[in-house]
Design a binder for this molecule. Sequence first.
Ligand code: PHE
Length: 338
Amino acid sequence: MTAAASLWADKEKLILEASSLPELTHLEHELFGRKGGLMTVALAELKKLPPAKMKAAAQELNEWKTKLADLIDQRRKALAVPSNAQLKDADRIDPTLELPKREQGHLHLIPEFIRQVEEVFGRMGFDVARGPEVETEEYNFNLLNIPPTHPARDAQDTFWVKTAGEEKKVLRTHTSPVQIRYMRTHKPPFRAIFPGKVYRKDADATHSPMFHQFEGLMVGKDISLANMKAVMITAIRSLISPKAEFRFRTGFFPFVEPGLEVDMRWQGNDEQSREGKWLEIVGCGMVHPQVLRNGGVDPAKWQGFAFGFGIERMIMIKHQIPDLRSFFEGDLRFLRQF
Ligand code: PHE
């Protein structure tokens, strides 16, 4: 090995052994510094050699130059990753330490329950759809057999909204208008649920001016009241409790014929609510032929049932919550219990 070659071989060794970035930078300067760098100088001195020797020397020197520059690059990358020894001191993880407790939030009871509803009905083949909360008088009342003079409006004569157009609008008082919207946009047979907010001029332990319902609609060639009861019972047992105590009784809604209501056993007392020992949680029935017609469905060919569950009331029974207003007060002591 020539003297020059052994010099470059020495430097190569030093680069490979460099144990820190400053050490490497120092070597780089020593070799490639613009003024006085060993390689810089050696390259400049090639000119002084006789032409016969110059070519071979230049080739050898250039090979060393590329090799050493590459090695410096590689070593720099390797040194940028901290070594185990460095890690041990700086970023050591002690697995025996207890993790700090993280505050973890969760869904409010109502959206959480709606997800369960969608899941339970999804298993029974029901689609999920939604309708507007500011609804026209036509959809909320007229098309459901509740004309302006009908006494059924009294109970739901609520929040009218001023509009620029001719059409009267109201904060929907139930999710039933979505029945018509769904029928007008889908071809039977179908089954779907429509969850959402509804509004009424009501306020006590079991009533709130804003609450949640989910409507259901199932239409087919030979859907009967027995099918409806089966769906109601499955829903109540899976959403509230397999041991839930409930009763069906007849009820009147202008958009079904016949109509039923389901009550559930309830701990609230007469002082707290007007309902006493039973709480009505759902109205249901066979869809009235005129309502089918209003939805563009021929009642001579199709029949079906509809239902409307009160969501807060179901949750009240499930968790034995005495006052419906607790849902909307935002009190963390209440919300954290679930
Ligand atoms: N819309 C009714 C209510 O709000 C419930 C209902 C829905 C009844 C569907 C029958 C059929 O009380």
